[in-house]
Design a protein around this ligand. Structure first.
Ligand code: FEO
Ligand code: CA
Ligand code: CA
Ligand code: CA
Length: 729
């Protein structure tokens, strides 16, 4: 659920004014309206390129992972019903326990969380943060090092994306005349964002976290970070905090995540732009045309969503002023203010959970955008390493990073030094989805294609400029605008990549701008409240890299799954044939279990919430091209439009089932599993976020997980089977 208190919510807002359109405009130019609206779309041009897919794909060899090539032959649970209860609902034979909630202490010296808004702000430096999101489980060996097969003791690394101040403070944020007047509340918020690393242990069939583990750590908006890769020590990164451009302070809006083959965690900065204060009427006249083009593209303007920069007086180290991105100083390069501070956010950040004193590194070679997450492709000795990355905003793109250095398993315990090898030196690509079911990866390299000094509206100066302004480079490269790319997941069976496209509304994807990969426009008929037009239920695309090579520059794709109400029109909306056992809306989390091969799909929904809370589904997918070409006829009530696309085979209840429904007003976010597949960790984000609290009566939108009249808390749960078996199969 997008935070409803934000007005407007930045990730619901398009800043992509590029002329990039999809192939469909081309298709329209070629085909007459009559042809498009004709029934049988048998055009030879639409033969599915995926029909010639390579079948020689080498199964990925992830060190220590379960045997590659395993797959879930069948789902082994009865689907749960949709639910509006304030509870976690699971299939028969499964149970869960609450592991790690907002405010839970990470050191013996920190007291239990009061959960009434009165906890000491400073104590949050060692408490669980808010809005649990992306997550990864790293097995922890007896020697304190990464042990890939360890399923009883591990380090759980997780993101704390954002906050719900109504529950964090006594009565929400204290604001007077637009200014934050309670510095303690702001300090609490600084700490409540970021990342937690927490040791988790199973004993006697019960999971708990170790309260005083030496590995427990919080990383937040005050943590010192190194900048690495092409943009470090360049003029784009100069701040008063680090005049040489080598460092920055903090990480924020850490959405989904990723990991490396050498046992480090990747946390991804998503809606960072909205945290900075930049009053355009004051700052714009002080800025160059290039800077203004960059601010417009990245949406850097306004008061800052939490108004952190408004606190006075400031501290000697600019605790609050560092969120003011306006040009205030007299220097030429910005060494006396934070005019460039926004360039130090929007990155994939590498953290070594096994080295609690290590400094996180922002890996600039992976580009700067609204990073959802970074998902590792198949790992093979002698082949480059690849990460797939979505930019989660309306009309944004799908990227991938390919290391220049081929993977050498001697680096499997290399820590951040291995990151220096593989994550600072590589190629950044953006995806174009073509009409014929194929696609291209276009490299974002200075001097290549339109990414040059001659580009308009943004002339590039060098490769550092390209990675700092990757969204502008992707515009220049002609990437395909997608319906808000969230997670990606790589099938351990065959290396195919699945990408959730959570939703689009009528303004970001009107009928006229449908394309093959974003092909659906309809009216989502609610049982209560207002209907929503556009693609409010979202879809999942998938692709197979050419030759089974993750580093390839072309691919074939189809639409794996369309979100829909089971009751919706089967021809135009419920194209995947969903039933009451598996209908859903707005896919976000997407994760393949290496142990079982099950694809888990979590939802972040505001459309189907008249009928059900957000949920988790389990799928057993086939492969790209197992369906076929399809024409979808959409209507906005005024005109209609036929779009040709490719749709995967329907899964049916056999291969797609609802596994879990969460409590009220939550989102199902992070997913992680023990290597043996017998414990599944799920993050439940912001239960009760949509209902404004009635403090006097303790009437909140949810009371999960503590129950009674308690304030709701984001939390990690751990799901196990009563018979101790693998989850989902
Ligand atoms: Fe933070 Fe894209 O969800
Ligand atoms: Ca959310
Ligand atoms: Ca997400
Ligand atoms: Ca989302």
């Amino acid at each position: 659920m997008t935070d409803s208190r934000l007005s407007p919510s930045r990730d619901d807002e398009s800043t992509n004014t590029s002329g990039n359109t999809s192939f469909d405009a081309v298709l329209h130019a070629r085909l007459s309206r009559r042809q498009l609206l004709g029934s049988a779309l048998g055009a030879a041009a639409l033969t599915l390129a995926g029909a010639g897919l390579p079948n020689a794909f080498a199964a990925p060899a992830v060190p220590g992972a379960a045997a590659p090539g395993r797959r879930a032959a069948r789902l082994g649970f009865a689907p749960v019903a949709k639910s509006l209860e304030d509870a976690v609902v699971l299939p028969d034979g499964y149970r869960y326990s609450v592991l790690f909630r907002l405010g839970d202490p990470l050191a013996a010296s920190i007291g239990e969380y009061l959960n009434n808004g009165e906890d000491d702000p400073a104590s949050f430096a060692l408490r669980a943060g808010d809005h649990h999101d992306g997550m990864h489980y790293f097995g922890l060996g007896a020697n304190g090092r990464h042990h890939r097969d360890e399923s009883r003791r591990g380090l759980l690394c997780m993101n704390h994306e954002a906050i719900t101040p109504e529950y964090l403070h006594a009565r929400g944020q204290t604001v007077a005349d637009g200014v934050r007047t309670d510095a303690g509340e702001v300090l609490r918020e600084f700490y409540a964002h970021g990342v937690a690393i927490v040791e988790t242990i199973e004993a006697g069939g019960k999971w708990r976290y170790e309260r005083d583990s030496r590995f427990n750590r919080r990383i937040h908006t005050l943590t010192d970070m190194a900048l690495a890769g092409p943009a470090t020590k360049t003029r784009y990164m100069v701040t008063k905090y680090a005049p040489d451009g080598s460092r920055t302070r903090g990480t924020v809006n850490n959405c989904a995540s990723g990991h490396t083959p050498w046992g480090t965690y990747l946390t991804c900065e998503e809606n960072w732009a909205s945290y900075f204060r930049r009053i355009a009427a004051v700052d714009d006249p002080r800025r160059s045309a290039k800077e203004l083009a960059a601010f417009a593209r990245y949406g850097v303007r306004g008061n800052g969503r939490e108004r952190w920069a408004t606190v006075t007086p400031d501290t000697p180290d600019d605790l609050y002023g560092r969120w003011n991105a306006m040009k205030l100083g007299a220097s030429d390069d910005g060494n006396d203010d934070y005019r460039n501070a926004t360039n130090t956010y929007g990155w994939v950040v590498e953290i070594d959970p096994f080295a609690p004193a290590s400094t996180p590194k922002k890996r600039t070679a992976l580009g700067r955008f609204a990073h959802e997450g970074a998902w590792l492709g198949p790992v093979q000795s002698g082949a480059p390493l690849v990460w797939y990355m979505g930019c989660d905003s309306r009309d944004e793109y799908l990227y991938k990073y390919v290391s220049n250095l081929p993977w050498n398993p001697v680096d499997a315990d290399g820590g951040l030094a291995a990151g220096d090898k593989y994550l600072d030196d590589g190629r950044l690509y953006v995806a174009r989805f073509d009409a014929d079911g194929s696609g291209k990866w276009i490299e974002l390299r200075f001097g290549v294609g339109n990414v040059t000094r001659a580009n308009a509206p943004y002339p590039f100066a060098d490769q550092a400029d390209v990675v700092v302004h990757a969204q502008l480079a992707a515009d220049a490269a002609g990437a395909t605008k997608m319906d808000r790319p969230e997670w990606a997941a790589v099938n351990p069976k065959n290396g195919e990549v699945y990408v959730s496209l959570t939703k689009a509304n009528a303004s970001s994807r009107p009928l006229a701008e449908l394309d093959a990969a974003n092909p659906r426009f309809y009216n989502d008929r609610k049982t209560t409240g207002q209907d929503r037009q556009g693609n409010p239920n979202g879809h999942v695309v998938r692709f197979a890299e050419a030759g089974g090579d993750a580093g390839a520059t072309s691919f074939t794709w189809d639409v794996f799954l369309f979100g829909a109400r089971a009751s919706a029109d089967a021809r135009a909306v419920n194209i995947s044939g969903l039933t009451d056992a598996n209908d859903f809306s707005s896919p976000d989390g997407l994760w393949f279990s290496p142990a079982t091969g099950v694809l888990w799909i979590g939802t972040d929904d505001r459309a189907y919430t008249d009928v059900t809370n957000c949920m988790l589904l389990a799928a057993v997918p086939g492969s790209v091209g197992d369906g076929g070409p399809r024409t979808i006829v959409s209507s906005d009530g005024v005109s209609s439009r036929a779009v040709n696309t490719y749709v995967g085979a329907q899964l049916g209840e056999e291969n797609l089932r609802r596994f879990l429904v969460g409590p009220k007003e939550c989102e199902i976010t992070g997913l992680a599993e023990t290597p043996d597949g017998r414990a599944l960790f799920i993050n439940i984000q912001h239960p009760g976020e949509a209902t404004r609290p009635a403090y006097a009566t303790a009437r909140f939108g949810s009371h999960w997980p503590d129950g009674g009249r308690a304030r709701p808390r984001s939390a990690t749960i751990v799901i196990t089977r009563e018979d101790g078996g693998e989850i989902g199969i």
